[in-house]
Design a protein around this ligand. Structure first.
Ligand code: HEM
Length: 490
């Protein structure tokens, strides 16, 4: 990899060892660690002695070999253990796997012995591997894309083997797939699989070439464009209504939720940076830069949260009757399963292990929440820094939780009392307070939305709905900052 290789091609077995062999799985783990893409090509086909003629090892043996490899990786639970960062692709459309997935799924559900050791039904793992498009038939290509999803299939030429596609890519180009899907299959998915970045030309050099007063240059193919940088085609493929025919308002429902999740992503990104800055501020109490930087980033978090509070009004343009028309299709999906929302709570210090249970169906989400649960929170790091700058004495071993809480509130109180020396820290406190305040506003507006749309019905996640959500209104990330207000005297 250091000398510029992007990955490896491997055969689909080593003698009698399938891909689920422990040694091979640890090799795949290594590929994931190194960021090497893995292409699996069938070889040394079984039953060779029964296929002496007509290229049957290629036309019959290879698809079965490949199916065997995919099934072995799934049923052995290898995909449960391997990281989702592993990029692995199977040649020839994944062999007979996609076509016979229904049979495999049926066996998994009805015959304990066919279940193997994987945690979920086989179809759960479809997003863990790619298949190439070398299937030579429009209906097969369409079926492959429908089964595997448009993100998991990419152009395969089978070069330099004898059964390759003569005009590479013509099957995809001539298909009825949408332009977006074709773009994914022809290049987008391979760029992702190979871990390539679209290379932007050096902007400075280009600038020098533009004559004054000329109109902007039209980009040439291969250059970074607005859409390829922002992945617009991929983004626009991500709204997939459950209602059929799609209910008009379901698109809005999906988009609003996706927008929230994107902003949650940015919040986590910034809050993590706030934690890192406060940690550094604690390690170097004389340096002020980190404290200012933490306050600056917290200001961004409050501005984002303000937008998130406002945004509910858009969803309130949906009539309750229109939501009820497709609500039943969403069960048992629920806001309880918003991993990022829960991550924000855990990261800020509101940790509740019980909430992990909603994430059992998604092991990766469960694992990252568990990690957040165990890591020091923003709350911990903030008060750790106050200790480091000498504003908070370390609590004695026997101190009760109440005494610790009061000591923390007094530390905040002491900062406010000495404004002249602690303007920077007071700014951080104000931002944290504002963030706390805005998250409560978010909870309140969400409850109003819920009551407006479903009244006092139960939630799809099994809670009592609005009445349950009202109990969350008392939650605060930094109660000491509020307590300090009470301690201040005139
Ligand atoms: C029609 C609109 C909505 C309805 C009817 C609704 C309803 C509910 C209900 C009843 C719950 C309680 C859990 C349950 O039993 O399912 C809940 C939780 C939640 N919802 Fe919504 N919701 C809506 C829109 C949204 C939106 C736009 C977001 C944005 C991300 C969102 C995020 C959440 C989150 C994060 C929770 C968990 C809250 C907590 O545990 O404190 N919801 N929702």
């Amino acid at each position: 990899m250091q000398s510029g290789h992007l990955g490896v091609q491997i055969g689909n077995h080593v003698g009698s060892k399938n891909l689920d062999n422990l040694g091979i799985v640890s090799f795949l783990q290594h590929c994931a660690d190194e960021g090497a893409a893995v292409l699996v090509h069938p070889w040394e086909m079984f039953g060779h002695e029964r296929m002496p003629k007509y290229m049957m090892p290629w036309t019959v043996g290879m698809p079965a070999e490949t199916q065997l490899s995919v099934v072995a990786l799934i049923l052995s639970g290898s995909f449960d253990r391997l990281p989702s960062t592993l990029r692995i692709c199977f040649a020839h459309g994944g062999g007979s796997f996609a076509y016979l997935l229904g049979r495999l799924e049926n066996a998994w559900h009805h015959h304990p012995v066919a279940r193997g050791e994987c945690e979920y039904p086989p179809s759960h793992y479809l997003n863990r591997f790619y298949a190439d498009s070398a299937v030579f038939d429009q209906r097969a290509l369409q079926f492959l894309v429908d089964t595997m999803a448009a993100d998991q299939v990419m152009l395969g030429s089978d070069y330099p083997f004898p059964l390759g596609e003569e005009r590479v890519g013509s099957l995809i180009r001539q298909s009825d797939l949408s332009q977006h899907t074709k773009a994914k299959l022809l290049s987008g998915n391979a760029i992702r699989f190979l871990g390539l970045k679209n290379e932007a030309p050096d902007a400075r050099d280009k600038k020098a070439e533009i004559p004054v007063g000329s109109s902007p240059l039209a980009p040439s193919s291969g250059q970074l464009t607005y859409s390829s940088y922002l992945k617009v085609p991929e983004l626009l493929e991500l709204q997939q209504p459950q209602s059929s025919p799609p209910h008009h308002d379901e698109l809005l429902f999906i988009l609003v939720h996706q927008t929230y999740e994107l902003w949650f992503k940015e919040l986590l990104h910034d809050l993590d940076a706030v934690v890192a800055n406060l940690r550094r501020a604690g390690a170097a109490p004389k340096s002020r830069d980190e404290v200012y930087e933490a306050a600056r980033l917290l200001r961004r978090c409050t501005e984002i949260t303000r937008v998130l509070v406002e945004q509910f009004t858009i969803l309130e343009t949906m009539l309750p009757t229109h939501f009820l028309a497709f609500r039943g299709l969403l069960e048992p999906a629920s806001g309880f399963q918003s991993e990022q929302f829960r991550e924000i709570e855990f990261l800020c210090g509101l940790k509740d292990e019980k909430m992990l249970r909603y994430h059992r169906p998604t092991p990766e989400a469960h694992a990252s929440l568990k990690r957040r649960l165990e890591e020091p929170s923003l709350h911990d790091v903030f008060f750790g820094a106050l200790q480091a700058i000498g504003k908070l004495a370390p609590a004695g071993q026997d101190a009760t939780e109440k005494e610790r809480f009061e000591a923390r509130a007094r530390a905040v109180h002491a900062l406010y009392q000495d404004e002249h020396h602690h303007r920077d820290w007071i700014d951080v406190c104000e931002r944290l307070t504002e963030f706390d305040e805005l998250v409560v506003s978010w909870r309140l507006r969400h409850i109003q939305l819920v009551e407006r749309i479903i009244g006092i019905r139960m939630g799809t996640g099994g809670s009592s709905g609005a009445s349950y959500l009202k109990l969350t209104l008392d939650k605060k990330f930094f109660p000491e900052l509020w307590e300090a207000r009470t301690l201040l005297t005139e």
